[in-house]
Design a binder for this molecule. Sequence first.
Ligand SMILES: Nc1ncnc2c1ncn2[C@@H]1O[C@H](COP(=O)(O)OP(=O)(O)OP(=O)(O)O)[C@@H](O)[C@H]1O
Length: 249
Amino acid sequence: MQKADNICHDPVLEIKNLCFSYGEQQVINNLNFTVKERDFVGVIGSNGAGKTTLMRMLVGLLPPGDGEIRLFGQSIAKFKDWERIGYVPQKNAFNPLFPATVREVVLSGLYNNKHIFRKMTKKHKQQCDDALEVMRIQDLADKRIGQLSGGQQQRAFLARALINHPDLLILDEPTVGIDAETQASFFELITHMHKHHHMTFLMVSHDIEMIKGYLGNEPQQVNGKINFYVRHSHDLENCVQTDLQHSVL
Ligand SMILES: Nc1ncnc2c1ncn2[C@@H]1O[C@H](COP(=O)(O)OP(=O)(O)OP(=O)(O)O)[C@@H](O)[C@H]1O
Protein backbone atom coordinates (compact mmCIF):
# COMPACT_ATOMS: atom_id res chain seq x y z
CA MET A 1 0.00 0.00 0.00
CA GLN A 2 1.20 3.43 -0.90
CA LYS A 3 1.44 6.05 1.79
CA ALA A 4 0.96 9.58 0.57
CA ASP A 5 -0.06 11.61 3.58
CA ASN A 6 1.00 14.87 2.02
CA ILE A 7 -1.73 14.77 -0.62
CA CYS A 8 -4.55 14.16 1.81
CA HIS A 9 -4.84 17.16 4.00
CA ASP A 10 -6.32 19.98 2.01
CA PRO A 11 -9.34 21.52 3.68
CA VAL A 12 -12.60 20.46 2.09
CA LEU A 13 -14.81 22.48 4.38
CA GLU A 14 -13.96 25.47 6.57
CA ILE A 15 -16.53 27.01 8.86
CA LYS A 16 -15.55 30.23 10.63
CA ASN A 17 -17.61 32.05 13.27
CA LEU A 18 -20.84 30.75 11.77
CA CYS A 19 -24.12 31.86 13.32
CA PHE A 20 -27.61 31.15 12.10
CA SER A 21 -31.06 32.17 13.33
CA TYR A 22 -34.62 31.48 12.23
CA GLY A 23 -36.14 34.85 13.12
CA GLU A 24 -35.46 35.39 16.81
CA GLN A 25 -34.37 31.80 17.42
CA GLN A 26 -30.62 31.38 17.26
CA VAL A 27 -29.82 27.84 16.17
CA ILE A 28 -26.08 27.96 15.46
CA ASN A 29 -23.82 30.11 17.58
CA ASN A 30 -20.23 30.86 16.60
CA LEU A 31 -19.34 27.53 15.02
CA ASN A 32 -15.74 27.00 13.92
CA PHE A 33 -14.80 23.74 12.31
CA THR A 34 -12.53 22.43 9.57
CA VAL A 35 -12.91 19.18 7.67
CA LYS A 36 -9.92 17.95 5.71
CA GLU A 37 -9.70 15.66 2.74
CA ARG A 38 -10.76 12.09 3.55
CA ASP A 39 -11.83 12.87 7.11
CA PHE A 40 -14.94 11.11 8.36
CA VAL A 41 -16.97 13.42 10.60
CA GLY A 42 -19.90 12.17 12.65
CA VAL A 43 -22.32 14.88 13.76
CA ILE A 44 -24.28 14.02 16.88
CA GLY A 45 -26.77 16.14 18.78
CA SER A 46 -30.16 16.23 20.40
CA ASN A 47 -33.37 16.95 18.47
CA GLY A 48 -33.49 20.57 17.36
CA ALA A 49 -29.76 21.13 17.94
CA GLY A 50 -29.35 22.54 14.41
CA LYS A 51 -27.73 19.61 12.58
CA THR A 52 -30.05 19.61 9.56
CA THR A 53 -29.89 23.41 9.41
CA LEU A 54 -26.10 23.17 9.21
CA MET A 55 -26.17 20.46 6.51
CA ARG A 56 -28.67 22.46 4.44
CA MET A 57 -26.38 25.49 4.58
CA LEU A 58 -23.40 23.39 3.49
CA VAL A 59 -25.17 22.10 0.39
CA GLY A 60 -26.47 25.53 -0.60
CA LEU A 61 -30.13 24.96 0.28
CA LEU A 62 -30.12 27.60 3.01
CA PRO A 63 -28.25 30.90 2.76
CA PRO A 64 -25.59 31.01 5.48
CA GLY A 65 -26.13 33.47 8.32
CA ASP A 66 -23.20 35.42 9.74
CA GLY A 67 -19.68 34.08 9.46
CA GLU A 68 -17.96 32.19 6.70
CA ILE A 69 -18.26 28.86 4.94
CA ARG A 70 -15.60 27.77 2.46
CA LEU A 71 -15.94 24.71 0.26
CA PHE A 72 -12.78 23.32 -1.36
CA GLY A 73 -11.02 26.59 -0.54
CA GLN A 74 -13.68 28.81 -2.07
CA SER A 75 -16.25 31.02 -0.39
CA ILE A 76 -19.69 29.36 -0.59
CA ALA A 77 -21.09 32.54 -2.16
CA LYS A 78 -18.87 31.96 -5.21
CA PHE A 79 -18.85 28.17 -5.15
CA LYS A 80 -20.23 26.55 -8.30
CA ASP A 81 -18.85 22.98 -8.32
CA TRP A 82 -21.88 21.46 -6.64
CA GLU A 83 -21.20 18.17 -8.45
CA ARG A 84 -18.32 17.74 -6.02
CA ILE A 85 -20.81 17.40 -3.18
CA GLY A 86 -23.21 14.49 -2.79
CA TYR A 87 -26.13 14.87 -0.39
CA VAL A 88 -28.42 12.27 1.13
CA PRO A 89 -31.14 14.23 2.92
CA GLN A 90 -33.16 13.03 5.87
CA LYS A 91 -35.48 10.26 4.81
CA ASN A 92 -39.11 11.08 4.36
CA ALA A 93 -41.83 8.47 4.30
CA PHE A 94 -42.61 7.69 0.70
CA ASN A 95 -46.04 7.42 -0.74
CA PRO A 96 -45.99 4.06 -2.58
CA LEU A 97 -47.75 5.82 -5.45
CA PHE A 98 -44.94 8.37 -5.88
CA PRO A 99 -44.42 7.99 -9.61
CA ALA A 100 -40.60 8.23 -10.01
CA THR A 101 -38.64 5.06 -10.69
CA VAL A 102 -35.35 4.26 -8.97
CA ARG A 103 -33.52 5.09 -12.22
CA GLU A 104 -35.21 8.50 -12.39
CA VAL A 105 -34.36 9.24 -8.78
CA VAL A 106 -30.71 8.31 -9.33
CA LEU A 107 -30.51 10.32 -12.57
CA SER A 108 -31.91 13.38 -10.84
CA GLY A 109 -28.62 13.53 -8.92
CA LEU A 110 -26.92 14.65 -12.14
CA TYR A 111 -28.79 17.87 -12.40
CA ASN A 112 -28.60 20.90 -10.26
CA ASN A 113 -31.44 23.39 -10.55
CA LYS A 114 -29.85 25.16 -13.49
CA HIS A 115 -29.64 22.04 -15.60
CA ILE A 116 -32.89 20.38 -14.77
CA PHE A 117 -33.97 20.27 -18.42
CA ARG A 118 -30.61 19.14 -19.72
CA LYS A 119 -30.90 16.38 -22.30
CA MET A 120 -29.86 12.96 -21.04
CA THR A 121 -26.84 11.62 -22.90
CA LYS A 122 -25.43 8.10 -23.24
CA LYS A 123 -22.76 9.11 -20.73
CA HIS A 124 -25.42 10.05 -18.17
CA LYS A 125 -27.14 6.71 -18.66
CA GLN A 126 -23.81 4.94 -18.12
CA GLN A 127 -23.14 6.99 -14.96
CA CYS A 128 -26.56 5.99 -13.69
CA ASP A 129 -25.98 2.29 -14.47
CA ASP A 130 -22.60 2.48 -12.69
CA ALA A 131 -24.12 4.04 -9.56
CA LEU A 132 -26.90 1.43 -9.51
CA GLU A 133 -24.30 -1.31 -9.86
CA VAL A 134 -22.09 0.06 -7.09
CA MET A 135 -25.11 0.04 -4.77
CA ARG A 136 -26.17 -3.37 -6.10
CA ILE A 137 -29.66 -2.24 -7.02
CA GLN A 138 -29.56 -2.67 -10.82
CA ASP A 139 -32.47 -5.10 -10.62
CA LEU A 140 -34.60 -2.43 -8.91
CA ALA A 141 -33.95 0.25 -11.54
CA ASP A 142 -37.43 0.27 -13.04
CA LYS A 143 -39.39 -0.13 -9.81
CA ARG A 144 -41.17 2.83 -8.28
CA ILE A 145 -39.11 4.24 -5.42
CA GLY A 146 -42.11 4.08 -3.10
CA GLN A 147 -42.33 0.30 -3.56
CA LEU A 148 -38.87 -0.30 -2.10
CA SER A 149 -38.02 -1.22 1.47
CA GLY A 150 -36.43 1.49 3.65
CA GLY A 151 -32.95 -0.01 3.20
CA GLN A 152 -33.35 -0.28 -0.58
CA GLN A 153 -34.58 3.32 -0.76
CA GLN A 154 -31.51 4.49 1.12
CA ARG A 155 -29.27 2.64 -1.35
CA ALA A 156 -31.12 4.42 -4.16
CA PHE A 157 -30.58 7.80 -2.49
CA LEU A 158 -26.95 6.97 -1.91
CA ALA A 159 -26.61 6.00 -5.61
CA ARG A 160 -28.19 9.38 -6.45
CA ALA A 161 -25.61 11.16 -4.29
CA LEU A 162 -22.74 9.17 -5.84
CA ILE A 163 -23.65 9.58 -9.50
CA ASN A 164 -21.35 12.59 -9.95
CA HIS A 165 -18.46 10.90 -8.09
CA PRO A 166 -18.48 13.53 -5.34
CA ASP A 167 -15.44 14.41 -3.27
CA LEU A 168 -17.58 15.22 -0.22
CA LEU A 169 -20.57 13.14 0.80
CA ILE A 170 -23.03 14.64 3.28
CA LEU A 171 -25.53 12.28 4.89
CA ASP A 172 -28.30 13.47 7.18
CA GLU A 173 -29.51 10.61 9.38
CA PRO A 174 -29.33 8.16 6.49
CA THR A 175 -30.66 5.17 8.41
CA VAL A 176 -33.57 6.66 10.29
CA GLY A 177 -36.59 4.37 10.31
CA ILE A 178 -34.60 1.36 9.11
CA ASP A 179 -34.26 -1.88 11.08
CA ALA A 180 -31.09 -2.46 13.12
CA GLU A 181 -29.60 -5.08 10.80
CA THR A 182 -30.04 -2.94 7.67
CA GLN A 183 -28.66 0.05 9.58
CA ALA A 184 -25.55 -1.93 10.46
CA SER A 185 -24.97 -3.05 6.88
CA PHE A 186 -25.52 0.50 5.60
CA PHE A 187 -22.97 1.80 8.08
CA GLU A 188 -20.54 -0.92 7.03
CA LEU A 189 -20.98 0.18 3.42
CA ILE A 190 -20.25 3.80 4.30
CA THR A 191 -17.16 2.98 6.35
CA HIS A 192 -15.91 0.68 3.62
CA MET A 193 -16.26 3.56 1.16
CA HIS A 194 -14.38 5.81 3.55
CA LYS A 195 -11.50 3.39 3.86
CA HIS A 196 -11.21 2.55 0.20
CA HIS A 197 -12.20 5.65 -1.74
CA HIS A 198 -10.89 9.15 -1.89
CA MET A 199 -13.95 10.74 -0.33
CA THR A 200 -14.69 12.90 2.68
CA PHE A 201 -17.74 12.14 4.81
CA LEU A 202 -19.97 14.26 7.00
CA MET A 203 -22.73 12.21 8.56
CA VAL A 204 -25.47 13.26 10.97
CA SER A 205 -26.57 10.35 13.09
CA HIS A 206 -28.42 9.54 16.27
CA ASP A 207 -26.62 6.22 16.49
CA ILE A 208 -24.03 7.15 19.07
CA GLU A 209 -22.76 3.58 19.43
CA MET A 210 -22.01 3.23 15.73
CA ILE A 211 -20.40 6.67 15.60
CA LYS A 212 -18.22 5.96 18.64
CA GLY A 213 -17.32 2.52 17.30
CA TYR A 214 -15.81 4.05 14.16
CA LEU A 215 -14.77 7.51 15.32
CA GLY A 216 -13.71 7.04 18.93
CA ASN A 217 -15.38 7.76 22.25
CA GLU A 218 -14.73 11.47 22.56
CA PRO A 219 -15.97 14.22 20.28
CA GLN A 220 -13.19 16.32 18.80
CA GLN A 221 -15.33 19.39 19.25
CA VAL A 222 -18.56 20.45 20.89
CA ASN A 223 -20.55 23.47 19.73
CA GLY A 224 -23.67 24.11 21.76
CA LYS A 225 -25.63 20.88 21.50
CA ILE A 226 -23.75 19.62 18.45
CA ASN A 227 -20.85 17.18 18.90
CA PHE A 228 -18.37 16.46 16.14
CA TYR A 229 -16.63 13.07 16.16
CA VAL A 230 -13.79 12.75 13.69
CA ARG A 231 -11.59 10.11 12.14
CA HIS A 232 -8.85 11.89 10.24
CA SER A 233 -7.51 10.87 6.89
CA HIS A 234 -4.05 10.36 8.37
CA ASP A 235 -5.46 7.57 10.53
CA LEU A 236 -6.20 5.61 7.38
CA GLU A 237 -3.55 3.39 5.95
CA ASN A 238 -3.39 4.84 2.50
CA CYS A 239 -4.44 7.90 0.61
CA VAL A 240 -4.62 6.46 -2.85
CA GLN A 241 -7.63 7.23 -4.93
CA THR A 242 -9.66 4.21 -5.97
CA ASP A 243 -12.22 4.19 -8.73
CA LEU A 244 -15.63 3.46 -7.27
CA GLN A 245 -16.44 1.06 -10.06
CA HIS A 246 -13.37 -1.05 -9.47
CA SER A 247 -13.81 -2.12 -5.94
CA VAL A 248 -16.23 -4.48 -4.38
CA LEU A 249 -18.47 -2.71 -1.91
N1 LIG B 1 -37.64 26.31 8.36
C1 LIG B 1 -37.61 26.56 9.68
N2 LIG B 1 -38.20 27.67 10.17
C2 LIG B 1 -38.16 27.97 11.50
N3 LIG B 1 -37.54 27.18 12.41
C3 LIG B 1 -36.95 26.05 11.97
C4 LIG B 1 -36.96 25.69 10.58
N4 LIG B 1 -36.28 24.53 10.43
C5 LIG B 1 -35.88 24.17 11.67
N5 LIG B 1 -36.27 25.08 12.59
C6 LIG B 1 -35.99 25.04 14.04
O1 LIG B 1 -34.59 25.14 14.21
C7 LIG B 1 -34.13 24.26 15.22
C8 LIG B 1 -33.09 23.32 14.64
O2 LIG B 1 -33.71 22.47 13.70
P1 LIG B 1 -32.89 21.34 12.91
O3 LIG B 1 -33.84 20.59 12.06
O4 LIG B 1 -31.72 21.96 12.25
O5 LIG B 1 -32.38 20.43 14.13
P2 LIG B 1 -31.76 18.96 14.13
O6 LIG B 1 -30.58 18.99 15.04
O7 LIG B 1 -31.50 18.52 12.73
O8 LIG B 1 -32.95 18.13 14.77
P3 LIG B 1 -33.37 16.58 14.58
O9 LIG B 1 -32.36 15.76 15.29
O10 LIG B 1 -34.70 16.54 15.25
O11 LIG B 1 -33.44 16.29 13.10
C9 LIG B 1 -35.38 23.56 15.75
O12 LIG B 1 -35.79 24.24 16.92
C10 LIG B 1 -36.38 23.71 14.64
O13 LIG B 1 -37.70 23.75 15.14
